[in-house]
Design a protein around this ligand. Structure first.
Ligand SMILES: Nc1ncnc2c1ncn2[C@@H]1O[C@H](COP(=O)(O)OP(=O)(O)OP(=O)(O)O)[C@@H](O)[C@H]1O
Ligand SMILES: [Zn+2]
Length: 680
């Protein structure tokens, strides 16, 4: 060791002890995420002396990151986070080797074998999906993981070690705020309902990936779904196609606001008139008011209903603070006096300014025109991004217009950004504290000092900012870490599903001590690929079933006696002869233990556990003809809507809305599950 190296590491060596310090220089660590926590953590592990760091992030640097992601400078904006962070941090300690990767951790090349190449994984992510994925890969590869997260002043660090501690999925995560779709679709009563509508329903349908519903409806008709419903869906799909086409290809001759006008008249006028015709719906709630494009523009529009006044911006917006005349001024302002709104709020930032009805209409027109121009230029579809001004303006304007129609207070662009983007202001200090705690837990894991491991929480309590919880053993019903993990090396273009499944179960030719055939179902994620009475896919190659490198086949015991086997699909070694076998099975074959008996009916197992392993899980995606068969046989028919929602959703729309956290209720009387929150 050089003299400089010696001096540089003197403190870390004294604190960690020479043995641990020397080990760290050879420790291979994967750090996933180079954002708020990731930057702090990279600095920590570089200075502590972790010698071999792989840093992975999919994103590029945004201006808004610079206030806390201190490894980045203004000149780095739009460059890869992983690359820039690695370059900056490398200069802190020349003894450390950092490999930056600009990619999504879910990509297939980051398979189980790749994960196994690390001694420890540190998560510095910001979303559930990626966290779950890394957790599962670490369970499969049996690599210790430190999971972390912050939200404003709150933070959490969770060390995870297979078979010794709870994994990330042992405890079900609370579902993010959810809203019954009928509330979003027809009966909003809060600003957030209108924001969700604009962001998750209108915007995707207008400029997003909403595919042509025609084929889906044809299929639904063939499967005998209610004809009246299908007809209503077709009519609605056609009406929307006209406005969608207008935005994608506005006609050159007409005035430039014509596409925006078409959309406006459909969603804020015709659709509202339609809803009003369902008189039952408005017996116990205030009916909405249809808006009118031309009369709002020329200032002659008169809004019949009063919009309730909310504190803060709304009060200023309505001019009440100035003239103290509540409802009269509300009406005047909503009907178009935008100049007064602008002048009364001139003290605030532009984005915090309250918007009048006319302001919102103008913003709606201009943002629709901007989005339309982008669609005609090079972008095929555009999705919501809080940092994309055009989509944010559109959602701001559309949600406010809807709010006005329903007599709900409006929101400033600033507030819409916060609500639509689910933004909790990031606090640099919380990230720094959490990053320090991650290193402490990582050191316990590397030292195998398992009794010292703790879940640590940073809390908003000045008298006790940190609290710790002793490690809990895994949840015996967890559908992730209680599974048995194994791996096959194969050429997915040649290996068949049957060869893999029967090979893993020890059935068939060439296997010593032929095993008794067990009844199993096979899944890839939530797609069912076979069950004991339906093995048609056994002849098909993995590739043809889209089961490729990085994915898992789940072999589920139909009796529910044995743990599920998760088979990771990996590629053949590079020196494998081209004419060699298409499949290398693990040796010894996995021996799944007996599954823990489910708890009594009153204490239902965690939702996530059920979601992962239950063979009768809902199958939603239809990806192959085989799957269509599966869907027909096992998915109960959707009950008829009772007229509460004017037009039901096509299956793909339902799926997307559900992914956005919306619960689709087929009837107004349907009850939400315990872990779902209805925002009233
Ligand atoms: N699947 C993934 N693969 C790789 N990196 C990911 C993945 N998902 C999220 N990340 C990265 O994790 C990091 C999380 O950091 P952070 O929470 O500070 O988010 P941010 O996007 O930098 O900031 P903000 O969301 O507050 O604007 C981000 O840099 C993000 O790109
Ligand atoms: Zn678990």
């Amino acid at each position: 060791m050089s003299d400089e190296q010696d001096r540089r590491g003197a403190h870390a060596r004294a604190i960690l002890g020479p043995e641990m310090y020397d080990r760290l220089s050879k420790t291979r660590v994967l750090l996933v995420g180079a954002g708020g926590i990731g930057c702090e953590l990279l600095k920590n592990i570089v200075l502590t002396g972790f010698g071999d760091i792989t840093l992975l992030d999919l994103d590029t640097i945004d201006l808004s990151n610079l206030n806390r992601q201190f490894l980045f400078r203004k000149k780095d904006v739009k460059h890869s986070k992983a690359m820039v962070a690695a370059r900056t941090a490398a200069s802190f300690n020349p003894n450390v080797h950092i490999t930056p990767i600009h990619a999504n951790i879910k990509e297939p090349q980051f398979d189980v074998a790749w994960f196994r190449g690390f001694n420890i994984v540190l998560n510095a992510l910001d979303n559930l999906d990626a966290r779950r994925h890394v957790n599962k890969m670490c369970m499969a590869a049996n690599v210790p993981l430190v999971e972390s997260g912050t939200a404003g002043y709150l933070g959490q660090v969770q060390p995870i070690l297979k078979d010794r501690s709870e994994c990330f999925d042992c405890v079900p995560k609370p579902t993010p705020k959810t809203f019954p779709v009928c509330t979003i679709r027809s009966t909003p009563s809060q600003p957030i309902h209108c924001i969700v509508w604009a962001k998750s329903y209108l915007l995707p349908q207008l400029i997003g990936e909403d595919e042509d519903a025609g084929d889906e409806l044809d299929e639904a008709e063939r499967q005998g779904e209610n004809a009246q419903e299908i007809a209503a869906l077709r009519k609605e799909a056609l009406a929307f196609k006209i406005v969608r086409d207008a935005v994608h290809r506005p006609s050159k001759d007409e005035e430039s606001s014509s596409a925006a006008k078409l959309v406006f008249q459909k969603v804020f006028h015709s659709d509202i008139l339609n809803l009003l015709s369902m008189t039952d719906m408005w017996r116990s709630r205030a009916p909405p008011t249809p808006l009118d494009f031309d009369s709002i523009r020329d200032g002659s529009f008169v809004l019949q209903q009063k919009v309730p006044v909310e504190n803060g911006t709304r009060r200023r917006q309505n001019g009440d603070a100035q003239n103290g005349n509540g409802s009269a001024s509300t009406e005047k302002l909503l009907n178009g006096d935008s100049s007064s709104a602008a002048s009364t709020s001139s003290a605030g930032l532009k984005d915090q300014r309250a918007l009048s009805l006319q302001d919102n209409l103008e913003l709606f027109i201009s943002s629709t025109e901007r989005l339309s121009a982008r669609l005609q230029a090079e972008e095929e579809t555009i999705s919501f991004d809080k940092d994309d001004d055009d989509t944010l303006d559109f959602v701001t304007a559309a949600s406010n217009l809807r709010s006005i129609a329903y007599g709900i207070p409006g929101k400033s662009r600033w507030e819409v950004k916060e609500m639509a983007g689910n933004i909790i202001p990031a606090i640099a200090t919380t990230n720094a504290i959490i990053a320090g705690l991650i290193v402490l837990q990582a050191l316990h894991l590397l030292r195998k000092a398992y009794n010292s491991l703790r879940n640590v929480h940073v809390q908003f309590k000045p008298s006790m900012p940190l609290s710790t919880i002793n490690m809990c053993p895994p949840n015996p019903y967890c559908g992730v870490c209680r599974d048995t993990y194994t791996e096959v090396l194969c050429d997915p273009a040649r290996a068949t599903l049957g060869e893999v499944v029967e090979g893993i179960l020890g059935i068939g030719e060439g296997v010593d001590g032929v095993a008794e055939k067990r009844d199993v179902s096979v899944f890839e994620d939530k797609r069912m690929l076979s069950d004991p009475d339906w093995e048609d896919n056994f002849e098909r190659t993995l590739k043809s079933l889209n089961v490729t490198r990085g994915k898992f086949l789940s072999i589920v015991d139909d009796e529910g006696e044995l743990a599920t086997i998760q088979v990771a699909i990996d590629i053949l070694p590079p020196d494998h002869p081209a004419d060699g076998p298409a499949l290398i099975l693990p040796s010894p074959l996995p021996q799944p233990p007996k599954k823990a008996k489910p708890p009594p009916a009153s204490s239902t197992p965690p939702r996530t556990a059920l979601k992962r392993s239950a063979p009768d899980d809902d199958v939603v995606e239809v990806e192959s003809p085989k799957r269509a068969r599966m869907d027909r046989e096992s998915t109960p028919k959707r009950p008829r809507t009772n007229g509460f929602v004017a037009v039901p959703f096509t299956p793909s729309k339902r799926r997307r809305l559900e992914e956005d956290g919306l619960i689709i209720m087929d009837s107004a009387n349907e009850k939400l599950d315990d872990d779902e929150v209805e925002i009233l």
